[in-house]
Design a protein around this ligand. Sequence first.
Ligand SMILES: Cc1cc2nc3c(=O)[nH]c(=O)nc-3n(C[C@H](O)[C@H](O)[C@H](O)COP(=O)(O)OP(=O)(O)OC[C@H]3O[C@@H](n4cnc5c(N)ncnc54)[C@H](O)[C@@H]3O)c2cc1C
Length: 471
Amino acid sequence: MSNALPSEGMDMVSRQLLRQLKDILGSDGLLSDPADLVGYAGDAAGGLPEVLPDVVVLPTQTEQISRILTLASAHRVPVYPRGAGTNLSGGVVPLEGGIVLCTVRMDRIRRLDPVDMYAVVEPGVVIEDLNRRAGEHGLLYPPDPGSVATATMGGSVAEGSGGLRGLKYGVTRDYVLGLEVVLADGRVVRVGGRTIKNVTGYDLVRLFVGSEGTLGVITEITVRLIPAPEASATFLATFDDLGRAGRAVADIVGAGVLPATLEIMDDYTLACVEEHAALGLPTDAAALLLIEVDGPRETVEIEAATVEEVCARAGARSVQRARDRAERDRLWAARRAALPALARRRPVTILEDITVPRSKVAEMLTFIREIAARYGLEIGTFGHAGDGNLHPTILVDEIDDRVEAAVRALVGRALALGGTLSGEHGIGMAKAPFLVEELGREGVALTSTIKRALDPLNILNPGKFPGRWRG
Ligand SMILES: Cc1cc2nc3c(=O)[nH]c(=O)nc-3n(C[C@H](O)[C@H](O)[C@H](O)COP(=O)(O)OP(=O)(O)OC[C@H]3O[C@@H](n4cnc5c(N)ncnc54)[C@H](O)[C@@H]3O)c2cc1C
């Protein structure tokens, strides 16, 4: 049974509009039966309301999307772009009802050029599928959010997603070369191109990357690919003290090694993962670091030795190197299980996404502990420690004042330490109330000016940033 609320503006989609949409999409490209709409009321974010859309459209071509947006503008009906719905900030919740525009049927890799090293994909391509194809040519598309097996390219570009390889390889925005976008009034624009160098005009590609479906619908994406690394070495470093694990993070990079992955898991998360997946992790440890270095074989061996040495010097109880593919897979499975394992603990999961400079990771980890104790909350922390990107995850039966105070304190401290309130999960609904604290009034005003210029009728993903959603 779904708890999704009917939208306040229920029946925004008139019979006439529904008929017009059917004409564009055919009957198999549109869902309007309430039972079919339930799956489009929310996303992977916890603790946020879900709202039923009036209709879901599943286009297969840019031209259909252009016609849908032209109609939506004429009828003043909100449109909520959606990929796989795995985002963690309430980004696809159709707060005002209307149309959910889901791009999963646009799932073709249109071109993969191994010489110029780029790929052109439709927005519904699943990230892992692109990497499977790139791998056939010895190439790699590095951005890899924990959801790679389901998340779409369109959703990850619109979210500006990060992932586990961010420290060495950067994030989604570092790989997008060009986009085709349908604007709110139905116009189709192309921005960027397919070359690495391109400084013609404003950087409109970066404007749309991370715009969370508020400025246009992305219908084609050109991304840069890189040669896949020749070799890698994966380590599990076990610590009896959380602060020491945090310091080891800064020490590894300080020693001149830039690991592809440098992830942290605290004892609470570790216990949840072990309970969930029984991978044989040391549950008596205070924290684990999962470290992977990659590159040419010789360099990997030099960096591997440095990682072992630095971890030992930082006070690691043990540093274990994966001996083969199976062991490496087991360690990765542990990391990827962190969020699902935590989410099983309590009915409500509040996943934070604060990011601080790497040198402040240890301080932030200590502060998270203080907050858990101060408000009597269960908080498990994991994340991309090498990027300073931590996911303290609050687990409760229901949201109360303690949770709100804790979130406010965590965000406040991250900003005070020179960080950001969202490293990779975006603003959506979850972080909208805090936007002004990071951007300031002038920054929010500038954001609103851009939004009004591209979407004057406010039909694209309304109610999210730079709007004023308040829970
Ligand atoms: C278990 C798990 C692990 C995760 N790990 C990570 C991680 O390590 N790093 C990370 O960054 N994220 C992570 N995420 C979050 C999430 O997976 C990513 O943000 C993902 O890239 C979103 O893709 P999606 O297809 O699900 O997009 P959706 O959730 O459907 O949409 C995301 C946003 O993009 C907009 N959008 C979608 N498609 C389009 C389009 N074609 N045009 C314009 N706007 C569009 C939506 O309106 C929404 O605002 C994780 C999520 C889960 C559930």
